[in-house]
Design a protein around this ligand. Structure first.
Ligand SMILES: C[S@@+](CC[C@H](N)C(=O)[O-])C[C@H]1O[C@@H](n2cnc3c(N)ncnc32)[C@H](O)[C@@H]1O
Ligand SMILES: [Zn+2]
Length: 510
């Protein structure tokens, strides 16, 4: 510590770590990502409780069936002393080491975190910060290397990482094939993607296909679609190595995605993948949507599973509601985005440990909305539905009540305010809007002859629509910070480190 000239650095304290980063900004640091790091710590802690309990259960089972006295003694000692009941982490793109140091200081039972980065400056910074935080290189091991090489080094060995964390600039896609092989069985893969413009298809959907092997749909549910494209890519990559993923919690946050999935080795698990992946059709006129699973699983009489191609398509060539053609998105993950048991535990952990997390209010808000989310893929938005019909905005409480009164599930999506996730088919949603429009008429003279609104509003509802306030129409999460406004001026993904700054903050011209 005596060797460090503190005057050359700014300090940032986040959680239990204080990081020195050079005033010349040679190493990447983005304060807005505190939420990402807080969520990651809470997710890894929640996962590690499960992972270590599963390890313990396996040892106890082994102990119960072991005859050898020597082996019994060995197992009893492990269980009594917790020896070996720990885990390791690879932070493959670690920059200043802030995240790794927080992991080391804030996550119990962590044996070692390898903090890897490609750049000399970053690795030097990691070393400096390990010392400054009073840690040793046994617990946080700095490593200089290409993340790609580091994950592939595990292939063909038993030296896996229990947690692999990928937090790159932009897309994590290039690292995924190696990362799904580098995680231990039942381990946790944590992935950030900040290339949302690509993943939501806002400009060039073909670029998204090139990177993620799936077509985005940008009109109504771009962020959930983006999450589903990333999960599809994770499963497709894992499947090549007889592995499958189980999403624990999958978040769309500000300008990026952060997903946490467990990875298991099981050829039988891989067989389920085709029924968890599918195409998503979105009408180009009224934006009704439908999913098409690529596979399906049936149970034979003897209880054995039979896998076959899915039946389809789920829509007609022209939309039943407005007569327009559909866009096809995907292949995308169409199974649940979250494990609700996991989310419940993570939320409880945050509520019990608020003091540990600078962003705990937002964590509680996002996890509460996620816990309430209906699992069926994708969402409507009030803006889209009412924009399609050129009608007044239907109050969320009226829409939610009518859906619940018709016997369907409904929730918001954590992806954005004024979103509606439901298992109600589109005809029910349009019937509710038809009744709403009867009470709040639309000026038809302003609407084009071939507009979707005309075709939808020309039909009489077939659903009995009841707007009576339903007791579950107001979600409990309403009392939390559900959606973040822009957190700071000029927020967003930060530029790559390397643009030299003078100590006063001004940029040094090249
Ligand atoms: C977004 S920053 C990481 C931020 C960090 N995870 C945090 O939470 O503070 C990305 C880092 O990845 C490093 N990097 C880029 N390409 C890499 C590669 N192929 N292998 C290893 N590190 C790489 C960069 O040097 C940079 O420090
Ligand atoms: Zn339509």
């Amino acid at each position: 510590m005596d060797d460090i000239d503190i005057s050359l650095y700014n300090t940032v304290t986040e959680g239990k770590a204080t990081i020195l980063f050079p005033k010349t900004n040679e190493v990447f640091y983005n304060p807005i990502q505190e939420f990402n790091r807080d969520m990651s710590i809470a997710a890894i802690r929640t996962w590690s409780d499960m992972f270590l309990q599963e390890k313990r259960d396996r040892l106890e089972k082994k102990l119960a069936s072991t005859k050898s006295e020597k082996e019994r003694q060995r197992l009893t000692e492990i269980l009594d002393t917790n020896t070996g009941l720990n885990f390791n982490v690879l932070e493959a793109l670690a920059a200043t080491g802030l995240r790794s140091i927080r992991y080391a200081k804030e996550i119990p039972n962590l044996r070692q975190v390898v903090a890897n980065d490609l750049l000399d400056d970053a690795v030097e910074s990691i070393r400096r910060n390990i010392i400054y935080n009073g840690l040793d290189e046994g617990l946080v091991r700095p490593n200089k290397g290409d993340a790609m090489r580091v994950v592939y080094d595990t292939v063909g060995t038993h030296q896996k990482y229990d947690v692999v964390d990928l937090d790159p600039y932009g897309s994590a896609a290039p690292f995924i094939d190696g990362a799904v092989q580098a995680v231990s069985d039942g381990g946790l893969l944590c992935v950030t993607c900040t290339d949302l413009a690509i993943l939501t298809g806002s400009m060039h959907p073909e670029t998204c296909f090139g990177k993620y092997n799936g077509m985005p749909l940008k009109k109504t549910f771009p962020h959930e679609m983006a999450l589903r494209l990333v999960l599809q890519m994770l499963q497709t990559s894992a499947g090549r190595y007889r592995r499958y993923i189980v999403p624990m919690v999958t978040c769309s946050i500000d300008f990026y995605l952060r997903v946490f999935v467990r990875v298991y080795t099981s050829p039988n698990g891989v067989k389920e993948a085709a029924s968890k992946i599918g195409l998503i059709y979105e009408c180009t006129g009224c934006h009704s949507f439908a999913t098409q699973p690529l596979g399906q699983v049936e149970f034979k009489e003897n209880g054995v599973k039979r896998h076959s191609p899915g039946f389809g398509p789920p829509v007609n060539t022209a939309c039943d509601h407005c007569g327009n053609p559909h866009h096809v998105g995907g292949p995308a993950w169409i199974a649940p985005l979250h494990d609700k048991n996991f989310v419940g535990k993570m939320l409880q952990h945050v509520m019990d440990n608020e003091q540990n997390y600078g962003t705990h209010k937002r964590m509680k808000g996002m996890l509460s909305v996620i816990q309430e989310e209906v699992e069926d893929p994708c969402y409507w938005t009030i803006q889209r539905i009412c924009g399609t019909l050129h009608c007044n905005g239907i109050p969320m409480l009226d829409l939610f009540s009518a859906i619940l009164n018709a016997g369907y599930r409904v929730s918001s999506s954590h992806c954005g305010p004024q979103t509606i996730k439901t298992n109600a088919p589109p005809i029910v949603v349009w019937d509710i809007l038809r009744e709403f429009v009867k009470k709040h008429p639309v000026v038809m003279a302003n609407i084009d002859e071939d507009s979707p609104a005309r075709m939808i509003l020309a039909k009489e509802p077939t659903t009995a629509v009841d707007f009576t306030r339903h007791p579950n129409a107001k979600p409990e999460s309403r009392n939390t910070v559900r959606y973040q406004q822009n957190p700071a001026p000029n927020w967003g993904p930060k530029a790559r480190a390397g643009k030299k700054r003078k100590a006063d903050g001004s940029t040094i011209e090249d």
